[in-house]
Design a protein around this ligand. Sequence first.
Ligand SMILES: Cc1cc2nc3c(=O)[nH]c(=O)nc-3n(C[C@H](O)[C@H](O)[C@H](O)COP(=O)(O)OP(=O)(O)OC[C@H]3O[C@@H](n4cnc5c(N)ncnc54)[C@H](O)[C@@H]3O)c2cc1C
Length: 599
Amino acid sequence: MAEYKAPLRDMQFVLNEVLHMDAHYQQLPGCEEATPDMVSAILEEGAKFAERVLSPLNQVGDQEGCQFQDGEVKTPTGFKEAYSAFVEGGWPSLAHDPEWGGQGLPESLGIVINEMVGTANWAWSMYPGLSHGAMNTLDAHGTEEQKQTYLTKLVSGEWTGTMCLTEPHCGTDLGMLRTKAEPQADGTYKVTGTKIFISAGEHDLTDNIVHIVLARLPDAPAGTKGISLFIVPKFLPNAAGEAGERNALKCGSIEHKMGIHGNSTCVMNFDGATGFLIGPANKGLNCMFTFMNTARIGTALQGLAHAEWGFQNSLVYAKDRLQMRALSGVKNPDGAADPIIVHPAVRNMLLTQKAFAEGGRALIYFAAQQVDRSALSASAEEKQEAEDLLSLLTPIAKAFLTEVGFESANHGLQVFGGHGYIAEWGMEQNVRDCRISMLYEGTSQIQALDLLGRKILMSQGELLKRFTKMIHKFCQAHEGNAAMEPYTKTLAGLNKEWGELTLKVGMKAMQNREEVGAAAMDYLMYSGYITLAWLWARQVEVAQNALAAGTSEEAFYKAKLATARFYYDRLLPRTKMHADVMLSGADNLLALDSEHFIF
Ligand SMILES: Cc1cc2nc3c(=O)[nH]c(=O)nc-3n(C[C@H](O)[C@H](O)[C@H](O)COP(=O)(O)OP(=O)(O)OC[C@H]3O[C@@H](n4cnc5c(N)ncnc54)[C@H](O)[C@@H]3O)c2cc1C
C-alpha cells in the first residue's frame, strides 16, 4: 500500500537553512508570531493530518470517484469527515487576515501546509485549494460587506469557493466568453450561462458554495476588456448570514476523466442566478489575476507533489525488489538477486525524481517568500521588487515544475516495472492525477508565451535582468571558492547565455512575431533548468558549510551534495538542447500550411 511521509527535514532545511525564513518572518510586519518553534509545531501537526487522515483516502478517492445524481455530488468515502476535521483543526484560516477570522500567519507557511495536504491527496486538496484563491480575490477586491458575508465563511471553512472561467467554446481565450450578467434594480445581477470543467463546483462537504464567476455586462466591450467578476453563491445568504434561499444555478453533470477522480469537475448552469459584482465593471479579468496567480503557485505545487510522492514510493520499492545482479558483482549475497537500486538506470530514475522534488520545493518556497514580501513588506520598493520577481517566476514555476513533475511521476511508475502499471501500487494513479497540472491554470504553452512574450520581451528584458543579476551576484560571491566552483562556473556561464539567447530570440521576433511562439516552450524549460540550478547551488553552499562545521547529520548533507551533482551533470545539460531548438526558428514549424498538413 502506497504511503506518504511528510519530508519535514527537507522542508525545514529549505525554510530555515537556505531561505532563512525565521529571520524573514521576524522582519515581516504582523508575522512576528511565526517563531521557529511555532512554525515547527504547525508543520508537525500538518504532517500528522496529511499522513494519517488524507493519505489513506488517496486511493479510495481514485477508485470510488465522485457520484452524481439529480444535480448533487457525493464525494468519496471519508472525504467529508476529513474536511470536517480540517475545519475543526483551523487549517483553512491559517494564512488569512484576522479581521475576517484568519490566524494572520504568513502565506508562505500556508503553502508549506498545502504541499503536505496536496502530496498526500491531491484530489481532496483541491476543495480547500480553490477556496483559498476565492478568499484572496475577495480580500483584494471585495467590499467590506462582501467580505463580512462571504470571506468570513470561506476563512472559517464553513463554505468553499470555486473559480468559474471556462466555457465550452473558450478555455485559453477568455475574451470569447458569453456568460451574461444583467443589472437589476436592486443592484444585483442576473447571471446566465454555462461554465464547464469547474473544479469543486458541486459537492457534499459544506452547506454552501461560493462561485466566483466571469461574465459580461450587456453593454460590455468585446474581448477581454469587457469581462466582469461576480460572486454567485449556491444558496443566497439570509439575514443571519447563513445559507438561505437556493440560487438559480445547478450542476448539470460531472466529467469522467483521466485522474483526480475524487475531485468533482462540474458543468455549472447559471439560469438567471443572483450575482454580486466584485471590483469595477469590465475589469474582471484584472481582478481574476489575483485569483489566478495564487492558483498558479498552487498548481506549480502539484508538480512537486507528484514528484515527491512518486519518489518516496519508488525508493522504498527499489530497495526491496530483487532483480538481476549489479554489473560490478554481487551486492546482496544472501538474496536470490540484488535490489534494483544497485542498477545505474534505476538510480537515474530515482535521482531525477529527487532532484526535481527537492529543487522544486526550493523554488516554490522561494516564490512563497516573495508572496509574503509583496503582500506585507513595509517598504513600497521591496513590495514592488518582490512582485516583479514573482511575476517572472510564476510561469516558470507553474509550467516547468508541472512538466518535470509529470516526468518524475512517470519515472516513479517505471521503477516498479509492470507492477507500476497496475492499480494496486498507486503509481499509475500518480501519473494520471499529475497529468492535469500541465493543462489547467493556463497550459504550459500559454505559460511559456506569458513568460517570453509578456514578462520578458514586453519589459525589454528588465525583469530577467534583475533576476540574472541576483544569480550573477551569487556566483561572484563564491569566486575563489574551489568547492563551489563546479557549480558556480557552470551556473555563471548559463546565466550569461540566458541573456544572450533572450536577445537573439527578441531580435528574431522583431522580424517575425511567430518566432516568439516557436521559441517559447523551449525558452521556458531552459529558464526552469537554470532557475533550479541556482537553487541547487544555494543548497550546495549550505550543505558544504554544514559538513565543514562537523554536522551530526552527515548523511543528509552528503545526499544533498550527491543530488546537486547529479542535477548539474545529468539534468542541467538539457539546456543545450533547448537552446538549439529555440534558435532553430519558426520556419521549421510554419513551412507546412494548414491546408497541406494532412494525415
Ligand atoms: C480536470 C479539470 C479541472 C479544471 N478546473 C477548472 C476550474 O476550476 N475552473 C475553470 O474555469 N476551468 C477549469 N478547467 C479548465 C482548464 O483551465 C482549461 O481546460 C484550460 O484553460 C485549457 O482550455 P481548453 O481546454 O479550452 O483548451 P484550448 O484553449 O482549446 O486549447 C487547446 C490547445 O491549444 C493550445 N493553445 C491555445 N491557444 C494557444 C496559443 N495562443 N499558443 C499556443 N498554444 C495555444 C493550448 O495550449 C492547448 O494545448 C479545468 C479543466 C480540467 C480538465
